[in-house]
Design a protein around this ligand. Structure first.
Ligand code: ADE
Ligand code: ZN
Ligand code: ZN
Length: 232
């Protein structure tokens, strides 16, 4: 996701934290001025380095949305394994500095795993090589989902935020990064996800905006459930 998607997920997850998880998040983030789950959600994109460049996505084999670690992430350098590793660090008795960094990765990567094209196919780099025209501009399918559809939403992000902010606390739940990636991939292979032509019609937006909203909301809910489980 782009910045607005990640920030929204951080904001919506924060209000679903249990008091215990919330106070530990606040304690870890207090070392940085004005840090909130929303404000730190984009940090992982700002520190992009060759070491972590592949942590933001996973590419299942074409036509098969399964995930197998040895086949799809042998070196551990993909979103599924990176997230599992960072959750383990956050859960551990590592120094606060290391756990704070892990928390920022977890906030970011749970979000990315829910962007369908972050579990798309290698051949077109998750839609990055699929040019489209949308809202009067040239872009590509990956950016359309990362941010263009969010920024151009009728009702905007505020309506989405208001609607989603009625969610209650998230029950602690074991994180399932591989399952979230498989879900994302299964959206990518649905009929019509890749538009018939290169022009994004209103009918595409009407069809896929509810899916986009559901992925953002799920990401927030699972992020909160993950933190409620990890920081109990
Ligand atoms: N970003 C860069 N390469 C990518 C890929 N193969 N899949 C998804 N996102 C990407
Ligand atoms: Zn992206
Ligand atoms: Zn990312």
């Amino acid at each position: 996701w782009g910045a607005e998607g990640h920030r929204l997920i951080g904001e919506l997850a924060e209000i679903q934290l249990t008091p215990t998880a919330h106070s530990e998040v606040n304690r870890l983030l207090a070392a940085e001025p004005d840090a909130t789950m929303s404000s730190v959600a984009t940090w992982a994109d700002e520190v992009r380095s060759p070491q972590t460049a592949h942590w933001h996505y996973v590419n299942p084999p074409l036509g098969d949305c399964s995930y197998a670690r040895i086949r799809d992430c042998a070196d551990g350098q993909c979103s599924v394994e990176a997230l599992s590793k960072q959750i383990a660090v956050l859960k551990s008795k590592a120094p606060d500095e290391a756990r704070r960094k892990a928390l920022k990765w977890v906030i970011h990567l749970v979000g990315d795993l829910h962007q369908p094209l972050h579990a798309g196919f290698k051949g077109d780099k998750g839609g990055n090589l699929y040019q489209v025209r949308a809202f009067g501009r040239g872009t590509h399918l990956h950016s359309l989902w990362d941010g263009v559809m969010i920024r151009n939403r009728v009702g905007g992000i505020d309506e989405l935020r208001r609607d989603a902010s009625t969610a209650g606390l998230a029950a602690p739940a074991t994180p399932r990064p591989a399952a979230w990636a498989v879900e994302s991939c299964k959206i990518v292979i649905k009929t019509g996800f890749y538009p018939g032509g290169r022009f994004i019609e209103q009918s595409y937006i009407d069809r896929w905006d509810p899916v986009l909203v559901a992925r953002l909301k799920s990401a927030a809910q699972r992020l909160a459930a993950t933190l409620n489980d990890t920081l109990r």
